[in-house]
Design a protein around this ligand. Sequence first.
Ligand SMILES: NC(=O)C1=CN([C@@H]2O[C@H](COP(=O)(O)OP(=O)(O)OC[C@H]3O[C@@H](n4cnc5c(N)ncnc54)[C@H](OP(=O)(O)O)[C@@H]3O)[C@@H](O)[C@H]2O)[C@@H](O)CC1
Ligand SMILES: Nc1ncnc2c1ncn2[C@@H]1O[C@H](COP(=O)(O)OP(=O)(O)O)[C@@H](O)[C@H]1O
Ligand SMILES: [K+]
Length: 551
Amino acid sequence: MTELLTSAQMRAIELAEIDSGVVTGLQLMERAGRGAVAAALARWPELATGAHRAMILCGPGNNGGDGFVIARRLKDRGWDIDVFLFGDAEKLPPDAKINHDLWTEQGTVTPLDHDAMRACGKPDLFVDAVFGTGLTRPLPDALADALDAEVMRKWRGSHKIRRLAIDCPSGLNLDTGMLPQPDKDEDEDALFVPKMNCADLTVAFHSLKLGHKIGMGPAVCGTVEVVDIGLTGEDATERSMIGLPPDRERVRLIDPIFVQKPLPTRFWPGSCVAKEVGGHKYDFGHVMVLSGGPGRGGAGRMAARTALRAGAGLVTLLCPPDALQENACHLNAVMLRPCADADAFRQIADDRVTALCLGPGMGVGPGTRAFVRAALAHSGGDRAWRETAIVLDADALISFEENPATLFADTHARTVLTPHEGEFARLFPDLSQAERGDLSKVDAVRIAADRAGCIVLLKGVDTVIAQPGGGASVHSATGPRSVPWLATAGAGDVLAGLIAGLAAMPTSPDLFCVVEAAVWLHCEAALQFGPGLIAEDLPDMLPKVFSTLAT
Ligand SMILES: NC(=O)C1=CN([C@@H]2O[C@H](COP(=O)(O)OP(=O)(O)OC[C@H]3O[C@@H](n4cnc5c(N)ncnc54)[C@H](OP(=O)(O)O)[C@@H]3O)[C@@H](O)[C@H]2O)[C@@H](O)CC1
Ligand SMILES: Nc1ncnc2c1ncn2[C@@H]1O[C@H](COP(=O)(O)OP(=O)(O)O)[C@@H](O)[C@H]1O
Ligand SMILES: [K+]
């Protein structure tokens, strides 16, 4: 389990350790620089022997200080080094100044200027140590020009230059994963292409930061390696253990640390699919999925099949009477009942229903709103082991576009909203991608969860889940978990059914952890299936994925 820190949290950890006298800032900087060199040489073994050439860009803060350490360490290995500094050496913070001065005993420092950079020989290694966690505002033009990938392209064979970023490629906001935006007065319609030198390898210190995993971070950072710089002061293991309710302050990455094969079921996500021996079907929960009219039932059917594959003891699809025949032609293990309206639904949904899934293919309008209200009022009742979990997706969300507050008046702690960015914008227009400005996706979803009083899952390549009070986690379908083929019609319907199916079971842990598990399993199923996937393949991949979780 990995935490994703903000820049401020990282600074607080570093300062607490320095204040306690365990370590000095200078020692941390030395470890950071050495760690970065070791990570680069491990990634590119051809650089580990012989002398090579590096170009190192240093900034005005401690990120620049790391750059001076790297320059010194590579020089010791016999390398030719060109060091450029953005800013005034006399104004460097103390530790960076010491490392600057140590470096100038061995080499020179040139003010950062892209003509001067172009005049140098082609480097084998390009090191971006301009800004890390301390970036506070957009890059000045002169700097953006120097960092522009165009500078590199002037050398013949520039594709062979290995690009190493210290903490991040400079310009990336490590709290939001956003890249510098153009000034407001620039042509609003012009396509904005940020000047950015993406990295092949980014070395982060102590912990990943949010910006490494959300927004543009994964695209510009390349591989991210975390270097241990010996900050030992706090033990995050207990607090951040996935499978337990989340911490209010720290965001966690949905990434099981216990993935060994086989994976013990008592650990998340195995804990979400494990079943007690000896139960009967009602002991494993009953999911009801509400679906749409004739010709619109595919989405509901996929959600229902997934809920059954997820492990719910039984799943019933409720459909308008005129869609009964169509659904009967498609369904076997999933049970089917006609349900004309919200009144009929109240009669049918007894107290053995443990999860409800509404939205996929239901249609937008007052009928769906009435169903949603009835579902949110459904109580676990006498025979239930706990209150019913309600998953609202797609049309169940859009139906409240005109007045989201009427939805939020009814949503409760066992409700999960699963919008994609478009649906999210309709319910939370001020928090939408277009309007949220410098607010990170994580903070936007946290605010949304507080407003709705329930769990909100905002889908995407970076999926963010938050619950009221601040608990949040991120799943990043990037790097080795990239599944671009999951961008296929109906994948979201499957996710809604998966959450409902897992949440329906009596042994399922805290609902937030169930939602995290569903997101991870959804991606894992796509990953194991591979390209060519269509949404219908996902539920039938689950048994294979589950088999890797069994003890
Ligand atoms: N955490 C740890 O444990 C360890 C951290 N370490 C390293 O320290 C790094 C963090 O250092 P940091 O705090 O000094 O921040 P950094 O990124 O160097 O930038 C600050 C400077 O940039 C300036 N500035 C900002 N934006 C600007 C802009 N757009 N345009 C122009 N200027 C701008 C800003 O100016 P100001 O805002 O103050 O005016 C200030 O001068 C971290 O990423 C890691 O590499 C390791 O050494 C050891 C262990
Ligand atoms: N490029 C991608 N990489 C990884 N996951 C993706 C990608 N695109 C979409 N997804 C995931 O696929 C699902 C799509 O859901 P949604 O947008 O609701 O689709 P639909 O409405 O067609 O069912 C979400 O879980 C989302 O996170
Ligand atoms: K950097």
